[in-house]
Design a protein around this ligand. Sequence first.
Ligand code: SF4
Ligand code: SF4
Length: 381
Amino acid sequence: MAFVSSGYNPDKPMENRISDIGPRDFNEFMPPVIKNNFGKWLYHEILEPGVLVHVAESGDEVYTVRCGTARLMSITLIREMCDIADKHCEGFLRFTTRNNVEFMVDSKDKMVALKEDLMSRKFDGGSYKFPVGGTGAGISNIVHTQGWVHCHTPATDASGTVKVIMDDLFEEFTGHNMPAPVRIAVACCLNMCGACHCSDIAVVGIHRKPPLIDHEYLDNLCEIPLAVASCPTGAVRPSKVEIDGKQFKTVAIKEERCMFCGNCYTMCPSLPLSDKEGDGIALMVGGKVSNRISMPKFSKVVVAFIPNEPPRWPTLTKTIRNIVEVYKADANKYERLGDWAERIGWERFFEKTGIEFTPHLIDDFRDPAYYTWRQSTQFKF
Ligand code: SF4
Ligand code: SF4
């Protein structure tokens, strides 16, 4: 397409420049029933999976229908959401903190028509465009990252792994069959963009090989002290190498100290480490952010490595499904996955799930590792 100017003048880049205006005020986008009853809600009920009703002091009701989304979406799909909102909801809609979409109406009849419309919409391949669910003690959307779609440091993909897990657990999205909500998150590298460190189940991309070192370009592309300081285990040190009689300033990596975090690559483009066979997934469980009954918890590594198996990641989905099923059958009502594992003891978690306990799972990172070992004779055979 030929160039079409927006009116911006590259010869005077600062002329007519608007900056620091911030986001639009959320009040501009409130449905009337929300605006009128703001701060005056009495109670709410979950009518069925994916459908809530909030009742205000005035007696006003607002029905909310929550639908799954893929998070990564086209303008075409967003326009379709807008059409739905125009048809049923006076043009209003919202997105949740887990990237579901919520449509709101002010009567039960409207809710029934809206839900029917949403469930009738499918892609050509057969997938639901707007599956209704994600409420209560079920499995809502997976908080996830960029993966091979856009980032340069991933050890696995995000959109792909998320689609196969949600396919496998779809009936848990559209049901309330869990002891408590199960939050699943995916991060494609240990930077853990998102919620992996505090989710009931977390998928994290990991490497298993140290970085390659592009000695000839490293000093031109990298600030060497930054790469040295980026290493959590002190495996990187400055060094010099000679190639074809030419001296290069570079770094050396002590491979037996490297645990493949990839942090030095984030700082220095000459230290790439992604690898088809080496890379894969670590599975963590037992995290939560709420203060409900027990304090918030970090998730803990329970499977050190699952290979990348695009496009359907069968080992990954099987492993997660097994954890979900065992937790569902064994946990008490209201018990989050971490509450359950801590009550029965982690040795029982491994016994019940049949997951192999390997030395990889024993913390060996600095002084705090000691506190993760067992200073007690209290354990079950
Ligand atoms: S988790 Fe890592 S690889 Fe994934 S988007 Fe964040 S930084 Fe990139
Ligand atoms: S990958 Fe991580 S542990 Fe290995 S050298 Fe780089 S920063 Fe250090």
